[in-house]
Structures are given as structure tokens and as C-alpha cells.
Design a protein around this ligand. Structure first.
Ligand code: NAP
Length: 264
């Protein structure tokens, strides 16, 4: 442990698809976050190429949104394995019991306190960008604050619809079931037809009205508060589509309708 980060243990690893997995690490009691924020994680990597440190290691760092509840004793993360990626390839090699470093500070502004008012919280994600929204779903204050929670998860292929069962299980969960009618899960599979899923990119589904029809809820300036997280191109295209429809970005001290985060 240093002033800046702590050494934590991997507690659990869950593969979803060949290139997708979730993992949990122990949580330092001092690590606090608001659902939607991210942690900075480090993995040790051999540093053979460094002539000054041929036998040593260096730590590579990457930001990861927390997927678990702010009251859980562990921290959960959802990751893709980027082929040849300095961080994720190293991470994918680790086993339960191995060490991951975690900065003591949490980061990011993709939090519901960016908004004022609103009745419907739209959570638009691609791929691993779903993670911060899972943390929000574990937060009873989020359920209390909105009439509808709409989770839109766009993936290329059906086997990438990670956490579909977790999301469905909120409706049976002892603490959330009474509010279960508020939750709308809208999976999107872009490269195959899949029962129960929309097909098409999120900005196109907004433009055609298909997303609103599938939800049975209109995008509306008074009611809608919208978060976007994932592929930077999707974030950009979706933000542009929504601002063209008159939705405004939330700025510091000036709450609007939209809050966004690029996932890489
Ligand atoms: P992805 O490219 O994020 O695709 C997931 C979904 O986003 C797909 O449904 C895709 O639709 C959609 N999408 C892509 N561009 C869009 C746009 N402009 N507007 C609307 N929707 C869009 O796939 P991924 O598997 O999560 O990640 C793919 C690559 O991203 C990885 O190989 C990796 O290089 C990188 N990545 C890196 C990190 C990192 O930590 N460095 C993390 C995540 C991902 P289509 O099928 O139509 O493309």
C-alpha cells in the first residue's frame, strides 16, 4: 500500500464470452465511490524491455467503471480483452488470489446528481459501457428517484449480452421487486437477428422511433434524463442525435438532460 493506491486480491472471475469477463477484487475500506464512477486499476507487468530494469516489473494502469453496489464489500468490473492490449491482456492472465492495484480515489461525473427532475432515466450503453449502469441499478436511491429505468445495451452478437440475467433478476430481488415494474431492459444486437432484441445502432433506433416504441415510452424534455456510455463513436453520434432533438448536456452547475462517458 502506498499513499496513492492499495494492493487488492482478485476474488472472483466470470467469463461471459471468449473476449469478455467480469471480475471482483477486495475493496479497501477507504475506497468510496458514487455509482457511475470509475476506479483506476493497475496490474504488474514484466519490464524486460527496460535496460534500467531488466529483472523488474512496472505497473500499467487503466480506468474501469465499477459495476457493483457502493455498499458491497468487493468491487466488480466488466472487461473486454483487447487483443495485444497492454492492460487487458495482462489482466486476462490473472487468477483468483492474484494482486490488482487500486487507486484510492474514484473518478468521473457519470452520476445521477448531474440531473435535476426527470421521471425516466435512460441508460444507453454499448459493450462494457454497461458497467456503470449496473452499479446505478444496485442503488435504491436511483429506483426511488425515477418512474422508469430504461437499460439499453447494444452489442454486436447475442453472446455478448452479459448481465441480461442479472438485470432480469432485479424484478425478483427482495429489495427491488416491489419497484420491478420500473425496469425496462432493451437489448440491442447489431450484427444478428435475435429474439427479444432490437437490431440497429442506437442513434438510428432513436431516429426511427424504434427505441421509444420498444420501450413504450417517449423521449421527452420534461421526463427524460439520459446517460450514454461506451464506444466513443456511439457516444458522439448519440449525443449529436439527442442534442439535435433539443436535449442539453449537463454542465457543471447547470443540470441538463444528458451525461456521457467514453469507455475507452
Ligand atoms: P463495440 O465497437 O463497442 O460495439 C458494441 C456495439 O456498439 C455494437 O452494437 C456496435 O454496432 C455499436 N457501435 C459501434 N459504433 C457505433 C456508433 N458509431 N454508433 C452506434 N453504435 C455503435 O464493440 P466492443 O466489442 O465493445 O469493442 C470493440 C473494440 O473496442 C475492441 O476490440 C477494443 O479495441 C475496443 N475497446 C477497448 C477498450 C479498452 O479498454 N481499451 C474497452 C472496450 C472496447 P456495430 O455492430 O454496428 O458496429
Amino acid at each position: 500500500m502506498t499513499d496513492k493506491f492499495t494492493a487488492e486480491r482478485i476474488l472472483w472471475i466470470h467469463p461471459w464470452a471468449p473476449n469478455l469477463f467480469s471480475f471482483r477484487i477486495s475493496r479497501h475500506t477507504g475506497f468510496r465511490f458514487v455509482p457511475g464512477q470509475f476506479a483506476r486499476l493497475g496490474v504488474a507487468k514484466p519490464d524486460r524491455d527496460n535496460p534500467k530494469n531488466p529483472a523488474g516489473e512496472r505497473i500499467v494502469w487503466r480506468a474501469y467503471s465499477v459495476a457493483s453496489a457502493d455498499y458491497d464489500e468487493h468491487l466488480e468490473f466488466y472487461s473486454i480483452v483487447v487483443p495485444g492490449g497492454e492492460f487487458t491482456s495482462e489482466l486476462a492472465r490473472l487468477k483468483v488470489g492474484d494482486t490488482v492495484y487500486c487507486e484510492k480515489t474514484s473518478y468521473g461525473f457519470l452520476t445521477t446528481d448531474r440531473f435535476e427532475g426527470g421521471r425516466d432515466l435512460w441508460l444507453l450503453s454499448t459493450g462494457t459501457g454497461l458497467a456503470p449502469f449496473l452499479s446505478m441499478l444496485w442503488d435504491p436511491r436511483v429506483w426511488d428517484s425515477y418512474e422508469n429505468l430504461l437499460v439499453v445495451h447494444s452489442v454486436r452478437w447475442p453472446n455478448e449480452l452479459a448481465y441480461a440475467d442479472t438485470i432480469a433478476a432485479f424484478r425478483r430481488h427482495e429489495h427491488f421487486a416491489a419497484m420491478g415494474h420500473k425496469l425496462h431492459y432493451l437489448p440491442v444486437v447489431t450484427r444478428a437477428a435475435w429474439p427479444g432484441a432490437l437490431q440497429g445502432r442506437i442513434p438510428a433506433l432513436i431516429e426511427s422511433g424504434a427505441l421509444e416504441r420498444a420501450a413504450g415510452i417517449k423521449l421527452d424534455h420534461e421526463r427524460s434524463r439520459i446517460m450514454i456510455c461506451g464506444n466513443p463513436d456511439m457516444v458522439d453520434d448519440t449525443r449529436k442525435r439527442l442534442t439535435a432533438l433539443g436535449f442539453a448536456m449537463s454542465r457543471r452547475g447547470r443540470p441538463g438532460h444528458l451525461a456521457v462517458e467514453n469507455y475507452w
